[in-house]
Design a protein around this ligand. Structure first.
Ligand code: MG
Length: 270
């Protein structure tokens, strides 16, 4: 009796599977439409690769750091600086406590390299207001170790515009000043398109950057003229398609939390 029932269940499941296989798959799109110029895909092509599924992270609040999207490389989640090293290659000296890392003992840079196009999220809090201008709450986030997006306490703290928070240092002031007061957690979301170089070292495509400061766009696909030195016009020097992210120690006890990065690849090449 028992065997009979099992045989029956088995037969039914085989029949169901066969039925599912016989049923023609509903096309997702069209193959009889024109080709989209510059691609091999038809308009509404159902065969085009599907974007992969990413689970968004939890948003941050002032009290609590959020989390990274499921496909991000977590650079710092409040626990340790194992993804970072000192700018000189030795261990990072920054102090980690209470879920944040505090600037101490020199720049830090990622052990891994990223590029050419990335999305980076970081959060920082500047110390209680002390000093002014570039001397107050100064740090910086460098892509490829050399292109600085300025981090500064720009809340009621005048300084040269191309040195304010989210300025491309020495090149382009932010569109607006979206700074929060000292000690508040602030967020940067940066899309950095790395430069491309020709064989001979000339620039094939300059770097381009978009920045959101606390959710407000402050750089809108700004084209970089080169690196970001102090008191000089930046210039390009050929480098690889990937590079480290560097965070600056400018002598102020800045705090960082919830840092992650994603490499951006077109859907057709993932
Ligand atoms: Mg700086």
């Amino acid at each position: 009796m028992k065997l009979k029932r099992i045989t029956f269940i088995l037969a039914m499941s085989i029949a169901t599977t066969a039925l599912a296989q016989d049923k023609p798959k509903k096309p997702l799109g069209y193959q009889n439409t024109p080709i989209i110029p510059g691609t091999k895909w038809h308009v509404h092509d159902g065969e085009r690769p599907q974007p992969k599924i990413v689970t968004p992270g939890e948003p941050s609040t002032q009290e609590k750091a959020g989390t990274a999207p499921s496909d991000a490389v977590v650079l710092f989640d409040g626990k340790d600086l194992s993804k970072w090293k000192h700018g000189n290659g030795k261990d990072a000296q920054w102090k980690v406590e209470n879920g944040y890392a505090e600037v101490a003992g020199g720049d830090i840079m990622t052990k891994d390299e990223f590029g050419p196009d990335v999305q980076l999220h970081l959060e920082f809090a500047t110390p209680p207001a002390k000093g002014d201008g570039q001397g107050r709450g100064n740090s910086g986030c460098f892509f490829f170790g050399r292109y600085e997006i300025q981090i500064l306490d720009s809340f009621d703290n005048p300084t040269y515009p191309d040195g304010q928070a989210t300025a491309i240092y020495g090149q382009m002031p932010p569109l607006v000043n979206a700074s929060l007061p000292p000690q508040k957690w602030q967020q940067y979301d940066i899309v950095f398109e790395g430069p491309r170089f020709n064989e001979d070292g000339t620039v094939a495509k300059p770097a381009v950057v978009t920045v959101l400061h606390n959710g407000v766009v402050t750089q809108n696909r700004t084209v970089l003229i080169g690196n970001t030195p102090h008191q000089q016009v930046g210039k390009y020097q050929k480098h690889g398609e990937k590079g480290p992210v560097r965070l600056q120690d400018h002598g102020n006890p800045m705090r960082f939390r919830n840092m992650w990065i994603r490499e951006l690849k077109p859907v057709d090449s993932q």
